[in-house]
Design a protein around this ligand. Sequence first.
Ligand SMILES: NC(=O)C1=CN([C@@H]2O[C@H](COP(=O)(O)OP(=O)(O)OC[C@H]3O[C@@H](n4cnc5c(N)ncnc54)[C@H](OP(=O)(O)O)[C@@H]3O)[C@@H](O)[C@H]2O)C=CC1
Ligand SMILES: O=C(O)[C@@H]1CCC=N1
Length: 262
Amino acid sequence: MAAPRFAALGGGGWLGGALVRAALSAGVIAPATTVVTSRRGAVDGFEAFAGLGMTADNRQAAAQADVVLVAVRPGDIDALDADLSGKLVLSVMAMVPIDELAGRFGCRRIVRAMPNAAAGRLKSFTPMVAGEALDEQDRRFAEAFFAASGIAEWLPDERALDYFTGLTGSGPAFFAALAAAMERDAVARGFDAALAARAIRQLLAGAAEELAGERSPSELVSIFKDYRGTTAAGLTAMEEHGLDPLVRAMLEAAERRAAGLT
Ligand SMILES: NC(=O)C1=CN([C@@H]2O[C@H](COP(=O)(O)OP(=O)(O)OC[C@H]3O[C@@H](n4cnc5c(N)ncnc54)[C@H](OP(=O)(O)O)[C@@H]3O)[C@@H](O)[C@H]2O)C=CC1
Ligand SMILES: O=C(O)[C@@H]1CCC=N1
């Protein structure tokens, strides 16, 4: 697949930058045919990619591209001036549906994808939804682009994407919140904050590797429960304090926000 002319609107941010760097490193796009836009006109983080263009002019960057990534925050979309008709458009914006993208930017070939904050570590899980006018080549390009920063999979429709926006798009934040709560508890019990931080980070890194192994999360929980010891006591307390309803409420709230209902 030859590298297309590529414009990343807002592509220097946390997520956009991670996606563009991963795709450049994988050879899915090429520095000489890639332009990253920002309001300042220049962004850091692309020093390794000589020849890559930067500009504040979204309209011109898009006009010269075959494929356009839209990666500004949803609240900044009104200021995004670009005609994307005839382009393959990849949007990672939460809360902006395909119909709205088509209406605002005049595009028809649209992929909505929802990577997560692990894209910079090439560990994103990225669900994608295809707009109706996509052809097979567009699909292959979107798969290659998002697979460069992790695992990319198609979902059937935008309702499913709304759910996954909470589940995996926001997911890293939910684990961060649990880790932060554990840290707060340790500090509240009088332990040194730096010690607690080191302990929790190592705990998370190890637990993540274990969870990425052969045994499923529920298998692991069941094995731990069999000891009938300290872990089982903690797990039972989690259940008794409403772990499942808490998770349901968390994911429902994120889904409703993704769908524009709150
Ligand atoms: N972060 C995450 O974990 C995830 C984010 N998303 C979605 O990705 C999108 C980007 O998020 P993220 O990268 O974290 O946000 P950032 O704020 O880090 O990046 C947004 C970028 O957009 C640029 N920008 C804003 N307005 C314009 C404009 N008018 N023209 C050109 N560039 C502009 C900003 O640069 P400057 O200020 O210099 O203009 C900035 O670099 C959001 O829509 C979000 O919903 C989706 C899944 C996960
Ligand atoms: O919080 C947000 O709105 C975006 C979408 C998923 C992660 N970040």
